[in-house]
Design a protein around this ligand. Structure first.
Ligand SMILES: [Zn+2]
Length: 263
């Protein structure tokens, strides 16, 4: 397994140590909300942003804000994230080698700035619109999606690696939530690493991915099982890492085909 990023570990330890269940649940959902807003960033940077300003909604550097017609208010403390920098140096054999380093960069949340209005990100109309894009996502990824009478058997959907079944006899909202859940399984749980994850962890990851994607597009997110809060720091970190990966793929695709999202 990959080494755990210290920031992610710090945030997750804080979550695990919180005694009050409601506070813990809200904390977890806030982590996922930060992830939904800053989906392009690495999990480490998402958690750096969360740690410094859990309410941050739109961040940019001093000069980028200036270009957008806004100024950073006096005395504001910046949000620091890490940006990769590639440096070339000579290795022991005398060959040139590229090495990636990380250096802190300073950003500010929109709430720390003033000036011209910024266009709101384009949200989707409703879950039916998202459902169409998700079906297109599956086509692009060679995943068959079939809508079948499943609800009468008490099922909402399932996935089997390259093929998804969704109940045709439930609302569009339920179909959308369920298709997101099954797509997350497809992305995460049919690979070598994914297959060996315990079932309950797979379910949490699928639910949380649906939560992040819906939140990103301004749609009502499905509920997340309180089970998501149980488990070790390592398990929860793995879950966040997988959710960040799956939601990034889906948001990226849907943003692109829905006409792009201002950012
Ligand atoms: Zn599932």
């Amino acid at each position: 397994m990959k080494s755990i990023n210290p920031t992610v570990q710090h945030v997750v330890s804080q979550l695990v140590q919180e005694k009050d269940e409601v506070t813990r649940y809200n904390f977890f959902r806030q982590c996922l909300t930060t992830m939904s807003r800053f989906w392009r960033y690495s999990l480490g940077n998402q958690m750096l942003i969360f740690k410094q300003n859990p309410d941050a909604s739109k961040i940019a550097g001093f000069n980028k804000w200036k270009k957008l017609g806004r100024n950073v208010k006096r005395g504001q403390e910046s949000i620091k994230i890490l940006a990769p920098v590639t440096l070339t140096h000579e290795n022991d054999q005398g060959d040139e080698e590229e090495v990636v380093h990380f250096k802190p960069i300073s950003l500010f949340d929109i709430s720390q700035t003033y000036g011209e209005e910024i266009l709101e990100e384009k949200h989707l109309e409703d879950k039916a619109e998202l459902l169409n894009y998700l079906v297109e996502f599956c086509q692009a990824k060679d995943i068959d999606v079939n809508f079948e009478h499943l609800a009468e058997k008490g099922l909402y959907g399932s996935s089997s690696g390259g093929s998804i079944q969704i109940a045709s006899d439930v609302s569009k909202n339920s179909q959308t939530d369920r298709l997101l859940h099954e797509i997350a399984h497809e992305i995460l749980h049919f690979s070598q690493d994914g297959k060996i994850l315990p079932k309950d962890q797979q379910e949490i990851q699928a639910d949380a991915t649906a939560y992040v994607v819906c939140t990103h597009f301004g749609l009502e997110p499905p509920t997340i099982d309180h089970l998501a809060l149980q488990g070790s720091v390592e398990n929860i970190t793995t879950n966040l890492d997988c959710v960040a990966r799956a939601s990034r793929q889906i948001i990226d695709f849907v943003s692109f085909i829905s006409g792009g999202v201002a950012q």
